[in-house]
Design a protein. Structure first.
Length: 241
């Protein structure tokens, strides 16, 4: 139970961070795989991330059914369930509509990392288009069929864009997923600015691999934890270290 309480507390903080960093506004959501049962995940009831408290956190099975908790769930909980189902390595997911990212979901110019701290978004960021297999929709992921289709486009990658909608990023930890979501927005903003001046020299696959390897080593004072400590203050929390 202590691990579950800690997981819930961290999930609340993560929601506040993505709100403070302008990745999410009234919409978007963050989840983590259940620490005691990998066949379930934790996600808030349908509420703006900036407002979420521990009592809002619910438990869901991987097919999006409520296992514990009260309240009206997010419709798009199927995004989370389908990815956890496909990817046993994924421990956390952030879905958002961050404004600099959305334009890259509707143009032929792909979003690719241009700055070293943004390497965690991955060398390739594909676009999932609901139109391809489902025709005209409201562009929401409203069931497991759509969620699984999107998860297949994500594949083994870190990030996927959703045409005319937003993006979803994953991580092997909550801090990694939050980091990737912030850096996806940061990179999109920088890439738009850079492209205004001419061709862009993107990070190479080899550079991305080396940078991500360093980040994943988690050296003291580096990577995901360092960023987390910085963002805690922005979100109104004291550092936990």
């Amino acid at each position: 139970m202590a691990d579950l309480k800690t997981a819930i507390d961290e999930l609340v903080i993560a929601n506040r961070i993505v709100a403070a960093e302008k990745v999410c506004d009234a919409f978007g959501h963050v989840s983590i795989r259940h620490p005691d049962d990998p066949s379930k995940f934790l996600l808030s009831r349908g509420r703006a991330p900036e407002l979420i408290v521990a009592s809002d956190i619910m438990t869901f099975t991987l097919d999006g059914q409520t296992a514990a908790g009260n309240g009206k769930p997010y419709l798009e909980r199927f995004i989370h369930g389908a990815i956890y189902e496909l990817r046993p390595d994924v421990q956390a997911i952030v879905h958002s509509h961050s404004y600099s990212v959305v334009p890259f979901s509707v143009i032929d110019n792909p979003l690719r990392p241009i700055m070293h701290v943004c390497a965690t978004i991955g060398a390739e960021v594909p676009v999932w288009d609901a139109q391809t297999n489902f025709g005209d929709t409201d562009l929401l992921v409203a069931n497991m069929e759509q969620g699984r289709d999107m998860a297949r486009v994500l594949g083994s990658r870190t990030s996927v864009l959703m045409r005319g909608h937003g993006s979803t990023v994953v991580g092997a930890s909550l801090r990694e997923a939050v980091y990737a979501s912030v850096m996806l927005e940061t990179n999109a903003n920088l890439q738009m600015k850079a492209q205004a001046f001419g061709p862009v020299k993107f990070l190479t696959p080899g550079e991305i691999e080396k940078i991500r390897a360093r980040q994943l080593k988690g050296r003291p004072g580096e990577g995901f934890d360092r960023a987390w400590q910085y963002w805690l203050r922005h979100a109104g929390f004291q550092s936990d270290e």
